[in-house]
Design a protein around this ligand. Sequence first.
Ligand code: NAD
Length: 380
Amino acid sequence: MTKKLNIGLIGYGFMGRTHSNAYSQVNHFFDVPYEPVLQVVCGLEEKVAKNFAGQWGYKSYTTDWHKVIEDDKIDQVDICVPNNMHAEIAIAAAKAGKNIICEKPLALNGPQAETMVEAIEKAGVANLVSFNYRRVPAVTLAKMLIDEGRLGKIFHYRANFLQDWTISADVPQGGMATWRLDVKAAGSGVTGDLLAHCIDTAMWHNGQIDSVCAMTETFVKKRKHVETGKVEDVGIDDACTFICRFGNESLGNFESTRYARGHKALYTFEINGENASIAWDLHDLHRLSYFDHSDESIVRGWRSVHITDGDMPYMDKWWVPGLQIGYEHTFIHQIADFLENLAEGKPASPSFREALATQYVCDAVLASAKDKEWKTVKKT
Ligand SMILES: NC(=O)c1ccc[n+]([C@@H]2O[C@H](COP(=O)([O-])OP(=O)(O)OC[C@H]3O[C@@H](n4cnc5c(N)ncnc54)[C@H](O)[C@@H]3O)[C@@H](O)[C@H]2O)c1
C-alpha cells in the first residue's frame, strides 16, 4: 500500500520542471511506499503558474508561497526558486512541520545556511538538498568503487564545470531570466552555482575539504540591471579556480567559468588513486572511465564502462542492458531515495547539514580569492 504525499512546489522554472517530472515518474519505475500528489504549484506569474499546473497536473496554483506553507494538506514543500529565497521559505516550511526538498546551493552563504540547519533540525523534519549529480548512475558507481577500496590511497581529485553563456557584455543582470548574475539573488557566481555541485560530489567521494586557495575573476564588471534599468556593478564571480587539501591528504584542483567558449555544461572529474583512476564527463554521463593498474600490462588501458547493466546503481529500475538513461533520471532517483528514507525514518543525503559543509567550502573559496591567502574551511 502506498501512502499519498501532498506536494507543494515553489518555482515553476527549470528545476520546477525537473522536480515535477520526478514526482510524476517515480511510482512508474520505483517501488516506493509513497505516491506524490501534485497539489499546488507557486510561481511569480499567475498565467504561467496556471499553465504549468495544467501541463503537469497540479490541482491548484498560487503566486504567494506563504499559501503553500499555510496549507495543512501539504506534506512536502519543494523549493525551486532563486537562492536568496531558499532560507525564508525553508525556515517557514520547517516551522510548519513540512518535509523539505531544497534546490542547491542551500543558501547565499554559510551564516544563512546555519539558520536553516538550525530550523530544520529543531523541527525534526525530513530534508534533502538537490545535489542531483550524486544520482547519475556512473557517479554513484564511482562512489561504490572508491568505498570498496579499489582505488587505494587517493592522491588527486580534480573537477571542472565550464560554460560560456555570459561572455557578451550585453547579457543583463537581475530579473527572472538572469538572476544568476545578480549577487543579491544568487549570493555568488560560478562558485555557488556550479562549483557547489563539484564540491558536494567531491566530498561525497573523497571526504572533507580542509583548506583552500582560490582566485576568482569578474570579466564583465558592469551590466544593465533588468529591474532598475541602470548599468550597475557586477558582484558575482564569473570564473573561479581553486586548489585544496582534503582531510585524507589528497590534493584537489577545481575550475569553473562561464567564459569557456564552446562549453555549455562540461562537468568533468578525475580521481587518481594508488591502484586505479576514475574519470567522468557529464556530456557522456552514462559512461565511467576506469583505469586499473592491476590489469595485465598488454591489455591495460582506460576502459569506458557503459553504465546500463542491472547490477549498476539504479539501472535495474530502467530498460534493458545496453540502453542508457539521462539527466532527468537523476531527479527521479533523488525522489525515490528520499521517499525510501522517509518510509524507513532514515535521514536523506545530502541533508541540509551536509549542504552546509559545501556552503562553508564555497565561503572559504570566496574569502581566499578576496584576501589572496589560504583559508581553513569551517567544520559543521
Ligand atoms: N540541481 C541543479 O542541477 C540545478 C540546476 C539549475 C538550478 N538549480 C537551482 O534551482 C533553483 C532555481 O533555479 P532555476 O534554474 O529553476 O530558476 P528559474 O529562473 O528557471 O526559475 C525560478 C522560479 O522561481 C520563481 N520565483 C521567483 N521569485 C518568486 C517569488 N517571490 N515567489 C514565488 N516564485 C518565485 C519564478 O516564478 C520561477 O518559476 C536555484 O536555487 C538554482 O541554483 C539547480
